[in-house]
Design a protein. Sequence first.
Length: 256
Amino acid sequence: MTEQTDFVEIRHAQKSFGALEVLKDISLSVTRGQIVGIIGSSGSGKSTLLRAINDLDPLTGGEIWLDGVQVNKSLPHRQYEKHINEMRQQVGMVFQHFNLFPHMTARENVTMAPKMLKGLSQEAADKLAEEQLDKVGMLERIDYYPSQLSGGQKQRVAIARALAMKPKLMLFDEATSALDPELVEEVNLVMKRLAEEHMTMIIVTHEMDFAASVCDRVLFMDKGVVVEEGPPATMFKHPTKERTREFLRKHIEGAK
């Protein structure tokens, strides 16, 4: 596939929880190497859309495609399990609350999936863990347990764990929102380095400055729809929709 081929395609995504419609006919595409930021108020559907990409929150209607393969195929149970496990190995996801195994060291958290899912030997997995933890500035704490780490350090280990699977796509769901303000920048720096390496990323964030400095495109979501999207300079300085302007006014004033 060429560099400009749509790498992630979301086609007419719909998601309902009972009578509550969370996603309303969303279509968007992401090219390989592109970094897309998603902003919006709590409850706008941002995280639901992100989790739908690897079928953690299965859609009610619509399709998700990754690198030319449909993720949310309708298949018999066993075939689906095999298919979705293969697809999820291509997608790294970093959540708000780290989700590290507390009884495992940083090394063990990073090596577990490559050993179980890719059949790596302990020696090869250890080498991989050292590489990825070094990449996020955590090599010196490779044998620390999560309880011995700060929130920012835990999140960097979580990023290393996701990267250890050599994903084609990284998804970040409010990766810094649970951190104290002084720890946010250390995680943002890791994400900025990934951006410099042209990792394809979709980032749900409440940090406008970060989105402006890192993302190629920014989407504003409200009430289950994409209200507006465009380059950061346009979105933050010259939004065309009143709903976008109102959100940015409230958010920027609230951050002061």
